[in-house]
Design a binder for this molecule. Structure first.
Ligand code: OOB
Length: 554
């Protein structure tokens, strides 16, 4: 373990999680082999008109493993994966697992600032993209990232492109997945306790941190979630949210469905009508949404009255779902709701499918595992609050990290005894269910997409006329909350459009752009001399009456 880039669980805890059979000592590469043996000719994956049986998926993954190995990708190498929801995501992910290489999960919306940062923190040697998606050419982005990393200790050596690789010396995915087997693969596959993937933290300071997840802990995450949701070989899961999102991949999502012998249907479009026709065509039994998608689904349902009778339940998570919308979802779609309050760092809370309606509509669920330890504390002194009172949620357990990758920010993110500080304010009911009441972390949650305030503030401060900058959350009917930039400027203040253009040229993802810009002569300070964000939030909690220089986020 010496010199490792990440800290695992203390030996005593790891032994306990093994003896309790949470960790079963299997890697994802071997799990896919087992599923192929067990579920063989059943349909594993559907993407448009293309379908894969379990046996075909297993073979496609083997071919890709050979191709990746011949390219020089080795056990332990980190590989950034930035793909829309396509079957290739699943092939690439399992091929990397079988090789012992580590996917770094980028989001489809990430741009130069985020991907360069991911490449730097992870030391990735390769980057997997689609040629174009949603009007954006990812090859241009990849060329910029490769150039930015060319003199680094760990440069980006390969860009693998699904579709047309273009002229930049990038590798064609089609070529890679059809290479003839050459040398036999080295027998030393990954160990179950090894790093399996790196997820992105929503972040509170600076750029996103990387979350190490092992085969053991992540396989438990997917399997236990699948059991809780009653998945089986009749499950048909529709992946609407990005597969790179922990929620979609393993809660129970794609991996939980495959664990159960079910079928995963992927769609790259969040449009409800596309989803409805797939639900009807494939007999989808469950799917997962973030709260802003829910009103669209309800409206879409009223318009076209699709047959959704196959749907057993719809999960909603990633941000707080309004209680009333929760009730309307069930009444309109005629299906069970499951609220999911989770985090890439680990802990998952689910409402149970047979919970009383009141709990399903008004809480964000209770922990997945009997050995998830949760404490609700006063953030000032880490002492437990009175039962039912609101406090910060701290947690520790068999699938919750003990430190970030390459140990960034661990001192502030964990208690000395290994509890992760979620930065979320919750209250716990006698039943164990949690209600998310707020947040103390400096983050904006735009309908499930997380924005670390300081990341945007640091870029705003590089604008020539910006002297001080604070990014705050303002309430919003569509997104729940949106980022608003409060600036102190020299000379004439930039408009929201100027600011958005500026941040885009700095390579920032579009979902992080401020929806509004407000200018002040000075920023209010706390007694300790920090920017008083509480006050700013109160000042700008309401949309301004004079039409603000609003810019659409995308
Ligand atoms: C999920 O994961 P992340 O890592 O993108 O974000 C985690 C944070 C939580 O700490 C909390 O602040 C917020 O997102 N959150 C919710 C929520 N679910 C997540 N806040 C209120 N209500 C909810 N239901 O977002 C995530 C990961 C796995 C499953 C589901 C969501």
């Amino acid at each position: 373990m010496a010199g490792r880039d990440w800290v695992g669980w203390p030996v005593a805890d790891a032994d306990r999680y093994r003896s309790l059979k949470y960790w079963t000592g299997v890697t994802f590469g071997d799990l896919l082999r087992d599923w192929a043996a067990r579920y063989d000719q059943r349909t594993a994956l559907v993407d448009g008109a293309r379908r894969w049986t379990y046996a075909q998926l297993d073979q496609a993954v083997d071919r890709l493993v050979t191709g990746l190995h011949q390219l020089g990708i080795r056990r332990g190498d980190r590989v950034i994966v930035q793909l829309p929801n396509r079957a290739e995501f699943v092939e690439v992910w399992f091929a990397l697992q079988r090789l012992g290489a580590v996917p770094v999960h980028a989001m489809p919306g990430h741009r130069r600032a985020e991907i360069t940062h991911l490449a730097q923190v992870s030391g990735a040697v390769a980057y997997v993209i689609a040629d174009r998606h949603a009007g954006f050419d990812f090859r241009t982005l990849a060329a910029q990232v490769r150039e930015a990393r060319q003199d680094a200790d760990e440069p980006l050596r390969h860009v693998i492109v699904i579709g047309d690789p273009g002229q930049s010396g990038f590798v064609s995915y089609a070529d890679l997945s059809t290479v003839a087997p050459g040398q036999p693969l080295p027998p030393d596959g990954p160990a179950p306790s090894d790093l399996a993937l790196l997820l992105l933290s929503g972040g509170t300071t600076g750029l996103p941190k990387l979350i190490p997840r092992s085969h053991d802990d992540y396989a438990y995450n997917a399997r236990a979630s699948a059991e809780l949701c009653g998945l089986g070989s009749d499950t048909v899961y529709l992946a609407v949210l990005p597969i790179a999102f922990n929620f979609t991949l393993a809660c129970p999502g794609v991996l939980g469905t495959l664990t159960s012998g079910g079928t995963v249907v992927v769609t790259a479009s969040p449009d409800p009508q596309t989803a409805f026709s797939l639900i009807e065509r494939e007999g989808v039994t469950c799917t997962a949404l973030t709260p802003p998608l829910v009103p669209y689904w309800l409206e879409g349902y009223q318009e076209s009255r699709p047959d959704l009778s196959s749907l057993r339940f719809v999960q909603v998570g990633g941000a707080r779902l309004d209680d009333d919308l929760a009730r309307r979802l069930e009444a309109t779609l005629g299906t069970r709701l499951q609220q999911v309050y989770g985090m890439a760092e680990g802990l998952l809370n689910y409402t149970r499918l047979d919970d009383p309606d009141e709990l399903v509509h008004t809480t964000q669920g209770r922990p997945l595992c009997p050995d998830d330890e949760v404490r609700v504390v006063d953030p000032a002194d880490d002492q437990p609050v009175a039962p039912g009172e609101s406090g910060e949620l701290l947690t520790r357990g068999p699938y919750t990290l003990r430190g970030y990758y390459r140990a960034t920010a661990d001192a502030t993110s964990f208690t000395p005894d290994g509890f992760y500080r979620t930065g979320d304010l919750v209250r716990q009911l006698p039943s164990g269910h949690l209600v998310v009441t707020g947040r103390i972390k400096d983050q904006i949650n735009r309908g499930g997409e997380k924005i670390a305030a300081t990341e945007v503030e640091e870029l705003l401060l590089t604008h020539p006329s910006v002297r001080l900058a604070a990014l705050i959350a303002a309430p919003d009917d569509e997104w729940g909350e949106v980022p608003v930039a409060v600036l102190v400027c020299d000379g004439s203040p930039p408009t929201a459009r100027d600011v958005a253009d500026f941040l885009r040229t700095r390579g920032l993802a579009a979902f992080k752009l401020p929806h509004r810009v407000e200018c002040l002569d000075a920023l209010p300070l706390t007694p300790l001399g920090k920017i008083d964000k509480k006050r700013l939030t109160a000042m700008f909690a309401q949309p301004q009456s004079t039409p603000p220089s609003t810019v659409p986020p995308t």
